[in-house]
Design a protein around this ligand. Structure first.
Ligand SMILES: O=C(O)CCC(=O)C(=O)O
Ligand SMILES: [Fe+2]
Length: 287
């Protein structure tokens, strides 16, 4: 009888949905910044960023959440909410008028065609696990500390704060240095090819090596190709180092970019919104 009552009480209990944990807090104690584990994590990341501009946190996002994010990304894309762009750019992502003075064979005159498909933050449902990760103050604080920044805010841009990226077969992001000084990237699904490759502290070579052909040889010879798995997050000082995503040869690479700014209330400019998200600033709608 007693056991029957317990069972009945259980049946009457309100249904609780199990909330997925997002971050592996055992390995990365981001909710406990006073702990020695947290301090060790920050000092290790700071050291790596100081020496090579790069550090990666493997298994940062738990596998179940990675699966939920991949499923969400694919579902949004299958509803036609992805925007595929081909971007023509040079090594320093300069505007045409900035690079027009470069000599024809020089590195800065080289033009690349990069392509990928993005799903903007404005398409993510309120309950999105990617939104939840982006809204996590403890992650933002970790990023701030690792890059040694005085303060850090989430983007105020409704489309570009955090977004999914797809690199399908043939897609690539060719050699460049970012305009922003730091970036945070979450790998959700790997593919054949689609490797993140970088050469620490190499930006100055664009002015020192006379031709793109010679610079490319140097980059290929010295590049680092970290082994990234689904669930890895990497922090990268992408303004100082040439990097690329190599062409995908089979499958689809899925990743998410989390955008933070030192200054508050930063939004994407009209060019970036149109070029990468297909959004007209005036209407906010997809082009
Ligand atoms: O997806 C990556 O691993 C790199 C992306 C990148 O370099 C960029 O968005 O500027
Ligand atoms: Fe980049």
């Amino acid at each position: 009888m007693a056991s029957f009552c317990r069972a009945a009480a259980h049946l009457r209990a309100p249904v609780r949905f199990r909330r997925l944990g997002t971050v592996d807090l055992g390995a990365y104690p981001i909710r406990d910044p006073g702990s020695t584990g947290y301090q060790a994590l920050v000092s290790q990341c700071k050291g790596l960023i100081a020496s090579s501009g790069y550090c990666q946190l493997d298994g940062f996002v738990l596998p179940e959440t990675v699966r939920a994010m991949c499923a969400e990304a694919r579902q949004l894309r299958s509803r036609g909410l992805g925007f595929t762009s081909t971007n023509v750019h040079n090594l320093l992502l300069e505007a045409e008028e900035e690079s027009s003075s470069a000599a024809p064979a020089s590195p800065r005159a080289q033009v690349f065609h990069s392509s990928k498909t993005l799903v903007a933050m404005s398409h993510l449902p309120e309950s999105s696990p990617l939104r939840e990760l982006y809204a996590d103050d403890a992650l933002r604080e970790l990023v701030r500390e690792c890059f040694g920044l005085p303060r850090l805010s989430c983007s105020a841009d409704p489309h570009g704060g955090v977004y999914y990226n797809f690199f399908d077969e043939g897609d690539a992001l060719w050699w460049h240095c970012d305009r922003s000084h730091f970036s945070v990237n979450l790998i959700l699904q790997t593919a054949e090819g689609g490797d993140f490759e970088f050469i620490p502290e190499s930006r100055h070579l664009a002015d020192e090596i006379g031709t793109w052909a010679d610079l490319e040889k140097d980059l290929q010879r010295r590049k680092r190709v970290p082994k990234l798995n689904s669930g890895s997050i990497y922090l990268f000082a992408g303004n100082a180092s040439f990097h690329r995503v190599s062409p995908v040869t089979s499958g689809t690479r899925i990743n998410a970019i989390l955008t933070y700014n030192v200054e508050e209330n930063q939004r994407l400019n009209a060019y970036t919104l149109k070029q990468f998200f297909g959004i007209d600033q005036d209407t906010g709608g997809n082009a």
